[in-house]
Design a protein around this ligand. Structure first.
Ligand code: MG
Length: 266
């Protein structure tokens, strides 16, 4: 009898196990002392955890330097309470001007080059680069071209994936990045058939969008599109996206995501 129960339980567990999604630290692993969003330290910490990916946002300054920052303002938020910190519009400021305001952890605002220097130090963790919307299509083409060239110069083509809200940025990435480079669309408004038609590799949609349209996950997989979801931090939501079989989870809580995946997946 005991044996039968054991076999039954084992069968139930195997039925309940889900495919294993990859974890991407949203703006790096920042929820730890000494780290903060989009800092070099946040990438370093994601690498130290051995995560699949570390996400970051990039913007181009007025003088054409690509910096890692969420924007549109730097700093991203007022972190020293009670202090009147001047905030600069990244795309309308020079790099020198941005350097006058450190990040929350004391680092200078990182350039993409500095980020790639750090990326090179691990063979495991990929960098998921979000190219932010810019004022004109020409500016967006410029940041795409510069970024793709820089990544190639660093020999990191295999270590970088791209995401963007703007279809134009996705199209320009598709045009200039090496064949097969992963590119995912963020804005949540196109269905899988349309995204397939864009010629890119997948969707990276907000949790609420997939919660409303969970059928899009299977529909993507049927079309050989990958599914990433942002930004999933709570246990209930993490469990739900794991059960739905997404390919990637972008989270501010990579520790919990990793723990739940270990528990729930094969
Ligand atoms: Mg982002």
């Amino acid at each position: 009898m005991k044996k039968i129960v054991t076999v039954l339980v084992a069968a139930m567990v195997s039925v309940a196990a889900f495919a294993q999604p990859q974890v991407i630290a949203h703006r790096g692993y920042h929820a730890i002392k000494g780290s903060c969003r989009n800092s070099i330290e946040a990438l370093k910490q994601a690498q130290k955890m051995g995560l699949y990916g570390s996400e970051c946002d990039i913007n181009m300054t007025k003088d054409g330097i690509i910096v890692v920052a969420h924007g549109s303002l730097h700093p991203d938020k007022i972190y020293r309470k009670g202090e009147d910190i001047k905030r600069l519009n990244i795309q309308k400021s020079t790099y020198e001007e941005l350097l006058t305001i450190p990040l929350e952890n004391g680092e200078a605002i990182p350039t993409l080059e500095q980020y790639l220097d750090q990326l090179k130090k691990s063979k495991k963790t990929k960098l998921i680069i979000e190219i932010k919307n810019h004022a004109t299509p020409a500016k967006e083409t410029e940041i795409v071209q510069k970024t793709v060239e820089m990544v190639a110069k660093y020999g990191l083509n295999e270590m970088v994936e791209y995401i963007a809200f703007r279809p134009w940025i996705c199209f320009e990435l598709k045009r200039v990045a090496p064949e097969g480079t992963p590119i995912a669309y963020l804005n949540g408004d196109y269905d899988p058939a349309y995204v397939k038609g864009m010629g890119i590799s997948g969707i990276d949609y907000k949790y609420d969008v997939l919660k409303k349209k969970p059928q899009w996950i299977k529909s993507c997989h049927k079309r050989d599109l990958k599914v990433n979801v942002w930004t999933v931090d709570d246990e209930d939501k993490l469990r739900w996206v794991i059960e739905q079989g997404v390919d990637y989870i972008t989270t501010d809580n990579p520790v919990l995501a990793t723990k739940l995946i270990k528990e729930m997946c094969k």
